[in-house]
Ligand binder design. Structure first.
Ligand code: NAD
Length: 510
């Protein structure tokens, strides 16, 4: 498989039409593995974002999407899943070209993305509120779930189609409309998804896709007064900007942010299984992964042996051309990210960690590839133990017992995920309950299912995606109180309650 001779050329989707940016500007993207042009996109400005928001607003306020029957929305989402599957090979190719990830892995992501649309289709007809038939003979209480409105969605470059599929089908299932801003580095498959949505029969304006930089396009969505909710996946640093920008209209903000995720390995674990999960956990997607298991916490007794086994196993991990079917670790997404990774390697050495493997680039003529890298003698205070490297760099820290493991695991501003490796059920659950993270894997790593919600504690996020909670995030709750039959309880009616009758005071009146 080779990169294309010509870059793919895209337009963006606003109100059902494929258009250029208003001022006609465009930009290009080279494959980080091959250094050849693979994509050419409109470079939108804030006014393009405004147009897209206006279209989504109209589609929400005038309908029909928010009021279509669940059955119809479910059929639509199911058709999208089928179309993603039918086009998976080309989608995976585009994803591999733009991001530098292995084609084999990209194919798996397309299948997972289709599964998310399918799951959201099933959820559509399950969305419901609550009712109270316990308020007395003359009162019925209803809690309705309504779509929250126009949702701005901002996504990162590392799993483009998968991450938009964690948001968009759930928002559409709830009856929302959307403006999507994919990462400027990897917008291709999100734009292709726009064509799929149209082919599946989505009304104009329900989903709009605007390509361009975080500032101004993402920033405009975050501050826009006509956007009701912002769903953001990206770095914790930009997440903070998004929260600040959203304060103007106090829109709801959902955040999926970074992580510094520990895999905690006890001496009694199945060490062969743990070893495989350790190298998978840190080298998967070249470490450019929010769930990267970049911190390895190992019980002291087995640390030296496990480190040797990791170094040996790491030497044989195939790194190289993402279009080669045998590749497990592809290219680093751009020069800026490469410099950042190499900066952390240098910092690790300066701060006194021991570099046991790698630490440099592969000597290739084209593209940028980082060697699998292993540090040990890492202490919790070092930057490689605290900060998101976002590269194939493992930091090994040792611990004595479960209490110390939990303390080290929690010594971070993040709280996205963690793994515990042990055969002892008390240790597994004790540590699992002690670690403050949104997902705990026990004797496994980085599995995911549409049924199971995902999100971060601490500065790894706000809110949850996926699962049944994933659709509820895109709804507002409306309380309806319905009085039945003739009125018997009066606040002031001369001659009726001026005789010592106790007045009703409800929480809403107090
Ligand atoms: P990023 O924060 O740099 O960018 C994310 C998106 O935000 C991009 O579309 C970008 O254009 C946009 N953006 C940038 N500045 C903005 C601003 N001021 N206002 C609004 N939007 C703005 O992140 P990235 O480098 O694309 O992705 C890597 C980060 O994403 C890592 O920190 C990773 O951990 C995180 N991530 C988290 C999850 C999760 O589910 N928790 C999943 C994947 C990636």
């Amino acid at each position: 498989m080779n990169p294309p001779h010509e870059p793919y050329r895209y337009e963006m989707l606003i109100d059902g039409r494929w258009i250029e940016a208003r001022d006609g500007r465009r930009y290009g993207r080279e494959s980080p593995a091959h250094d050849v042009a693979v994509g050419d996109y409109p470079l939108a400005g804030a006014d393009d974002a405004d147009l897209a928001v206006a279209a989504a607003r109209r589609a929400f306020d005038e309908g029909p999407w928010p009021h279509t029957r669940g059955a119809e929305r479910a059929r639509f989402l199911g058709r999208v899943a089928e179309l993603i599957r039918a086009q998976a090979e080309e989608l995976a190719y585009i994803e591999a070209l733009e991001s530098g990830k292995p084609i084999v892995q990209a194919r798996g992501e397309m299948e997972s993305a289709a599964g998310l649309w399918e799951y959201a289709a099933a959820l559509t007809r399950q969305l419901h509120g609550d009712s109270y038939n316990t308020l007395g003979a003359d009162m019925l209480g209803l809690m309705l779930r309504e779509p929250i409105g126009v949702v701005g969605m901002i996504t990162p470059w590392n799993f483009p189609l998968l991450i938009i599929s964690q948001k968009l089908p759930f928002a559409l299932a709830a009856g929302c409309t959307a403006v999507v801003k994919p990462s400027e580095l990897t917008p291709g498959t999100t734009l292709r998804l726009g064509h799929i949505l149209q082919e599946a029969g989505l009304p104009d304006g329900v989903v709009n896709i605007v390509t361009g930089d975080g500032v101004p396009v993402g920033a405009r969505l975050a501050e826009h007064p006509a956007v009701d909710m912002l769903s953001f996946t990206g770095s914790t640093e930009v997440g903070r900007h998004v929260v600040a920008a959203s304060a103007g209209n106090l829109k709801r903000v959902a955040l999926e942010l970074g992580g510094k995720n520990p895999q905690i390995v006890f001496a009694d674990a199945d060490l062969d299984a743990a070893l495989d999960a350790i190298v998978f956990g840190v080298y998967f997607n070249a470490g450019e992964c929010c769930n990267s298991g970049s911190r390895l916490l190992v019980q002291r007794d087995i640390a030296a042996d496990l480190r040797e086994a990791i170094v040996q196993r790491s030497r044989s991990v195939p790194v190289g051309d993402p279009l080669d079917e045998a590749t497990k670790v592809g290219a680093i997404v751009n020069q800026e990210q490469l410099d950042k990774i190499l900066g952390y390697v240098a910092a690790g050495q300066q701060e006194g960690a021991a570099l046991r493997l790698g630490g440099g680039c592969l000597p290739t003529e084209r593209g940028r590839f980082v060697e699998p890298t292993v540090f040990d003698a890492v202490t919790p205070a070092m930057s490689i133990a605290r900060e998101e490297v976002f590269g194939p760099v493992l930091s090994i820290i040792t611990f004595e017992d479960a209490a110390e493991a939990v303390r080290i695991a929690n010594d971070t501003m993040y709280g996205l995920s963690a793994a515990v490796w042990t055969r002892d059920v008390d240790t597994a659950f004790g540590v699992g309950r002690g670690v403050r993270a949104g997902t705990i894997w026990i004797n496994t790593f980085m599995d995911g299912y549409p049924e199971l919600s995902f999100g971060g504690y601490n500065q790894s996020g706000l809110g949850r995606e996926l699962g049944r909670f994933g659709i509820e995030e895109f709804t507002e709750l409306k309380t309806i109180q319905l009085h039945l039959g003739p009125r018997t309880n009066w606040w002031h009616r001369p001659g009726v309650n001026d005789n010592g009758h106790v007045e009703r005071v409800s929480p809403a009146e107090s």
